[in-house]
Design a protein around this ligand. Sequence first.
Ligand SMILES: *[C@@H]1O[C@H](CO)[C@@H](O)[C@H](O)[C@H]1NC(C)=O
Length: 201
Amino acid sequence: MNCRKIPLIILLILMCSVFSLYMIFFNHGPPEEILKTNLKKSAGKKANEDVDELTDSEIAWRKFIKDNNYVAIGTLWDSCDGDKDTIGKVILLPDKQSGGIKSRTFVNVTFDEEYNGGELGISVKYNGKDLYDNKWDFCSIDENEEEEDRQVFCPYKPGFHAWITDRKVPKYLPKGTYFSKTWLTDGDGELVACGFSEFVL
Ligand SMILES: *[C@@H]1O[C@H](CO)[C@@H](O)[C@H](O)[C@H]1NC(C)=O
């Protein structure tokens, strides 16, 4: 064997290993595949639920998802437990810009009183294990963003508000199941919104 070829062979083996690792753990496949997998997952969940127990608000939001052929991965409510109304949905969409996927959150909320701040919390589990927890002061959450990217403008007047927010799903996330819980409080620490989302990469 020609000894001068050894570094080349090592390099090739290294490149093959890196490529395999990438394919096994990080290559999410085309966006259409990810959407299909998540659609199946949500259909599987729906098969086990009692349709009679759905609230009118949940039915209205599901109709919105169905009419638009969206892939829903999460729900937002006006409370974390007990009697709660659906105030929004999280969906998965192809991200035309990056070629990957993104989440889009729709929220329709009616505030009885002016909303002037509180805490936004999130906790994320990856394959059932705690991955990430954080809390922010809601009203100042995006004050360092460029003016045109800002979405939060406190205080919010009493009455109806509709929000649509997009978040890119980073390509460096390893494959697996991601579950996240989000909650928002007001100035007195009372919960004003609660939500969850779950998707598979
Ligand atoms: C949410 O609000 C938007 C804007 O007013 C409206 O078009 C949409 O139908 C509402 N969605 C639901 C499910 O109520």
